[in-house]
Ligand binder design. Structure first.
Ligand code: C5P
Length: 243
């Protein structure tokens, strides 16, 4: 099992390379992976990935690809060339799209002799509740049922794992097995503000429930002492791993 520190992903939700580099250099020895999402990537482009690598960090590129299979496949090859550790696609894009992403990732990594990124599927966003799922998106099931259905589809399509809310970890673990990667945001230590996250779990609870990686942003990046905050979260994760 990976040590707790390696399983902690920091959300670099900032606009500039400068802010990102400050966080990465401070936190690099204390966390496992840095998540670059649409805010930072759209602002600074692939240079941000190169800089994080130069500082010794691993990158989760959270761009949530969702398009026709050919387009997603071509993007997957590019992301593989960026040597990211992990990237994600929307499961709602369907099995053919996910298979294409995996196929192109494996091909590119093999031909260029690069490490193969983990390909992760986005299930139902945590901002979507049953009412929105049923009435706006038109999917007439409960959220957990849909998350599990999509997680299984992602696994069958060759993805390494999914992103899901802490509340769904147990059901996904049961349906998809021990080796399936579950990445979970919505994590809040008891001592941190909940912010706009609604259904949260503590780091210890999320690890106990079976999460592989935890994504944490503001409780660390907004703390007066981010290194201390990261250490405390890793300690809590270790407690969860003992159970
Ligand atoms: O600051 P905070 O810990 O809430 O950051 C959580 C990170 O995880 C953010 O980058 C957010 O976009 C991301 N995320 C999330 N819920 C999801 C998917 C991603 O909070 N369902």
């Amino acid at each position: 099992m990976l040590p707790a520190r390696e399983r902690l992903i920091i959300a670099l939700d900032v606009d500039t390379l400068k802010e990102a580099e400050i966080l990465v250099s401070r936190l690099q020895d204390h966390v496992g992976v840095f998540k670059v999402g649409m805010q930072l990537f759209n602002s600074e482009g692939p240079e941000v990935v190169r800089r994080i690598h130069r500082l010794g960090g691993k990158v989760f590129l959270d761009l949530k690809l969702h398009d026709i299979p050919n387009t997603v496949g071509q993007a997957a090859a590019v992301l593989t060339r960026h040597r990211v550790f992990m990237y994600n696609v929307h499961i709602a894009g369907g099995a053919e799209m996910m298979k294409k992403a995996v196929e192109k990732t494996v091909k590119e990594a093999g031909e260029a002799g690069l490490p193969r990124p983990l390909v992760i599927g986005v299930t139902v966003l945590t901002s979507i509740n049953r009412e929105i799922l049923n009435n706006e998106i038109g999917i007439k099931t409960g959220v957990e049922e849909q998350v599990v259905k999509w997680a299984k589809l992602a696994r069958e399509s060759g993805l390494n794992g999914v992103v899901a809310s802490p509340m769904e970890i147990g059901a996904i673990r049961e349906a998809c097995g021990r080796d399936f990667v579950i990445v979970t945001p919505g994590v809040r230590p008891a001592w941190a503000a909940v912010n706009d996250q609604k259904r949260v779990m503590t780091p210890r609870e999320a690890v106990e429930a079976g999460a592989s990686y935890l994504v944490v942003g503001r409780p660390i990046t907004g703390a007066a002492d981010p290194v201390d905050a990261a250490r405390r979260i890793v300690d809590e994760m270790e407690e969860g791993m003992k159970c």
